[in-house]
Design a protein around this ligand. Structure first.
Ligand code: UT7
Length: 323
């Protein structure tokens, strides 16, 4: 059978780093509150010349280099983002053009913080369905542009950045010993749409709007939803938490990551944590964390890696990959 095998990963971050203490003169907060409640210590914030398209392009080029490929080798780009450069065309098409790629096809996918997990699952289906051989899956965000910088309950939580992965069609036997995407489980439930949303849009206000979140409400649901979808993925693959080499969760809050890992019985040393460095970068958070753990040698060929995310909608999902 065909498997979608990871060929390379890459990342890109804005030049400017904003530390927790930098908020202290802007809103009533403290480094101590942010670090204790979220685990975040710093985030990267895009300058005017850094956009979702430019960061996505840089991450894509890094992933192509890591894979030893060029844009000519790619036939599909799936970009997960909630902060596109324009309402349309898709920012994926902009990135395709920036890469000098004038063949194949490209589109955006919008599932907020779960975007990358949805995008990997989508790319896997295009590969296994025979419509693409090599796919660039990108998560790129500039949430700093949709933050209300006077709202301390949200502005301290998010950051900008991009991560990318090249998936390539390979041969598998159908067992979980195969390399590639092995199982996935996706969910959404719109009854929660007002708990984390942007208060504008082309069809309602005609504006872009600002991010609004009932943080405590999101927190209340997060651990249960995350663990449910991971247990569904484990049972689809016929594995347990002990079989995992690495857990790469969405990086929203260290307390949510710790509570989910504990509930699932995943050992602390198997959890990749980058929320301290990047904050919550929405669809970029999982591929940024992946890139860090691949670059520092933790994630190696043959490792069993679990990706997970949960966010606005609510949307949530998990993907199991043999590296
Ligand atoms: O990626 C999408 C998914 N998003 C998430 O996963 C976010 C989920 N939610 C969270 O991570 C947490 O709920 C937060 C980090 C947003 C908040 O932490 P919390 O422990 O749930 O705090 P809280 O909302 O219960 O607020 C506690 C207090 C409140 O004051 P009172 O009502 O107790 O007087 C807040 O007004 O902390 C206050 N507060 C702050 N204080 C200092 C809220 N934001 C801040 C702040 N600095 N930045």
């Amino acid at each position: 059978m065909i498997r979608s095998v990871v060929r390379g990963t890459g990342a890109a971050l804005p030049r400017r780093i904003m530390k927790n203490a930098d908020f202290e003169g802007m809103v009533e907060t403290s480094d101590e509150w942010i670090a204790q409640r979220t685990g975040i210590r710093q985030r990267h914030i895009a300058a005017d010349d850094e956009t979702t398209a430019s960061l996505g392009e840089a991450a894509a080029r890094a992933a192509l280099d890591n894979a030893g490929l060029t844009p000519d080798d790619i036939d599909l780009i799936v970009l997960a983002t909630s902060t596109p450069n324009n309402t349309f065309p898709a920012t994926a098409v902009d990135i395709q053009n920036r890469l000098g790629m004038h063949h194949g096809f490209a589109f955006d996918l919008q599932a907020v913080c779960s975007g990358f997990v949805y995008a990997v699952t989508t790319a896997d289906l295009y590969i296994r369905g025979g419509l693409a051989k090599r796919v660039l899956v990108i998560g790129s965000e500039t949430f700093s542009r949709i933050l209300d910088w006077s709202d301390r309950s949200t502005c301290v939580l998010f950051g900008d950045g991009a991560g990318a992965m090249v998936l390539e069609a390979g041969e598998g036997t159908g067992s979980i010993a195969d390399r590639g995407v092995l199982a996935a489980s996706l969910r959404s439930d719109g009854t929660h749409k007002d708990k984390l949303f942007v208060d504008g849009g082309p069809s309602t206000t005609g504006t872009v709007g600002y991010l609004r979140m009932e943080g405590r409400e999101v927190f209340k649901h997060a651990v249960g939803m995350i663990t449910d979808v991971i247990e569904a993925t484990f049972s689809a693959a016929g594995i347990t938490a002990e079989d995992l080499d690495w857990f790469v969760p969405h990086q929203a809050n260290k307390r949510i990551i710790d509570a989910s890992a504990k509930k699932l019985g995943i050992a602390e040393q198997k959890v990749v944590v980058t929320v301290d460095l990047h904050g919550n970068t929405s669809a970029a958070s999982v591929p940024l964390a992946l890139s860090v753990a691949v670059a520092d040698g933790r994630i190696k060929k043959g490792d069993l890696v679990l990706l997970e995310a949960m966010g606005g909608g609510f949307t949530w999902g998990a993907v199991l990959v043999r590296w």
